[in-house]
Design a protein around this ligand. Sequence first.
Ligand code: SAH
Length: 257
Amino acid sequence: MKVTPKKHLGQHFLTDSTISARIADSIQGHMGYKHLLEIGPGTGALTDFLLKGDKKITAIEIDNESIPFLHSRYKGQENLTIIHGDFLQTDLNTVEENLLGVTGNFPYNISSQIFFHILEYRDKVPEVVCMLQKEVAERMVGEKDNGILTILLHAWYSIEYLFTVPQYVFDPPPKVMSAVIRLKRNDRKKLGCNEKQFKALIKVAYHNRRKTLRNNLKSLNLPTEYLANEYFTKRAEELGVDEFVKLTNEIEELKRK
Ligand code: SAH
């Protein structure tokens, strides 16, 4: 049985088991979770090493061809459940009632969507250890200078860059370098402002990232005196989570008046 790598599914199979082992070893079990979800097991390059750990594994794979391959490879493997499906459409509450770690060599073409989906379950997912494009990984580590997804992730997770992975350990090799990062749920329980407004504000603030906040926030019809403040000569990429929380509250207050 063979699985032909498919470009549209972002399939680049790991061929170097030392990398798989390093990814698996980077999983710390933050907050003591017992169940790990692997996104995109492919042919099992990483799954093999996850199974050496002490956690129950659920692997979710979208590819029709991978599924029978995985079933035959892991026949009789008790602590592994293989699901044929799309992670982005998966309700994580149906996978596990309690805490659930997430890992994988992510399909790079949908990595942002994967993180947006994880964010919906942030109180359930204490840790994410994953491989993605190096450039994306580097951008995600810094809270500022990055756009909506990074700000949202940093609100709930601390993010560490772990190591870089070269192209030649994949079949087929991707065009770009890869990197492994780890996200750990921080102790923030509440955002401290209305979340919908927070997201809307970040979106507006980043509308044109080269422009000042004053310029981007014009569309919100705020009082001119408010935007006249020196503060609004900053650009969105100079602001972190807490500053966006504060701004969201201030703007809501102004709108209420
Ligand atoms: N873990 C394997 C494969 C990584 S390639 C390895 O390291 O060798 C990424 C994998 O994600 C592919 O197997 C691809 O089929 C799978 N995939 C792509 N989109 C997916 C989705 N929406 N849900 C689940 N799996 C997906």
